[in-house]
Write a protein that binds this ligand. Sequence first.
Ligand code: 13P
Ligand code: SF4
Length: 353
Amino acid sequence: MASKTTDQTLFPHIPTVQVPPHPVWPPLSDTERENLKDRIKQMLKEQNGVLVAHYYTDALLQDLADETGGCVADSLEMARFGSEHDADTLVVAGVRFMGETAKILNNEKRVVMPDPAATCSLDEGCPPDIFSSFCDQYPDHTVVVYANTSAEVKARSDWVVTSGIALPIINHLAEKGEKIIWAPDKHLGRYVQKLTGAEMIFWPGSCVVHEEFRSVALERLRRLHPQAAVLVHPESREEVIDQADVVGSTTALIEAVATMPNKEFIVATDAGIFNRMRQLAPGKKLLEAPTVGEGATCHSCANCPWMEMNSLQNLAEVLEKGTNEIKVSPELAAKAQIPIKRMLDFAKAMNDK
Ligand code: 13P
Ligand code: SF4
């Protein structure tokens, strides 16, 4: 995957995001895999740890989280689960902002990640100092940031949102007449603005994975599969979102596969999600939406290279060696947790209605 440059005309100082190559994990024999899983299970017990995994991580990690009483979820539910669980150690398989969010909400707990270098193009493309100066230019705006950001950026915000709750929160703010700075994902921001009519200024960030989906190739694939429902994550481009039957968070897309009557689905999000979709709807046909690379069969494009940095091997190593602990200073955590808790409280109030 090539490196990604943010909009240089609006924000000249934003550094180019370096996208790492896809990691290659040595294959495991059945026995090696089972031994590794047993060791991890044992260590989780000994350390009173719980595994919290994102839907994009390797299927083996997702299944292990399920088997050990952990959770496999979208980023909103990962945050909620971690903050309510009484484990001493949260093992977060995902990308760095997910581990940091867990630490911010549970500063007294040990939070470890298989690889803390697993970051995200949205987080990388929103440097806290530049972002803070940008916000300073609009003192009358409410600052809303996507969860895919650093602890420092969250601390500069009024609200944190995930894709699962962005719409109702922006709606709520728009109804109060608030003007909004939205960062960092411009595609999700524009999608939310279109539906809510909110007055919003956008930071020019994007997800290198979702930006790869292509609208013309998608139109072609839809013609070949006219009965298929099109499911799109809102980090995708507008022309791709416009073709969707369902636009939503990873959880919403999984629910769509499980509940819609269609037998076929075209899915525009990271291919890691297919694991859960297949488990919940084994008889349904799932097609990867075409990307800029080799089309629907392209490996590199619909697989987040940072999510792929998580494996059984480095998960076992981290528990064994006690390394890769995520640290956020208590002062920073105290600031960053205000907008995150605001989101979690909003979600709870919505669910309680
Ligand atoms: P979800 O909150 O929908 O799981 O999205 C997280 C993410 O990183 C999508 O690319
Ligand atoms: Fe970030 Fe995109 Fe990877 Fe999600 S898929 S973690 S938004 S780079």
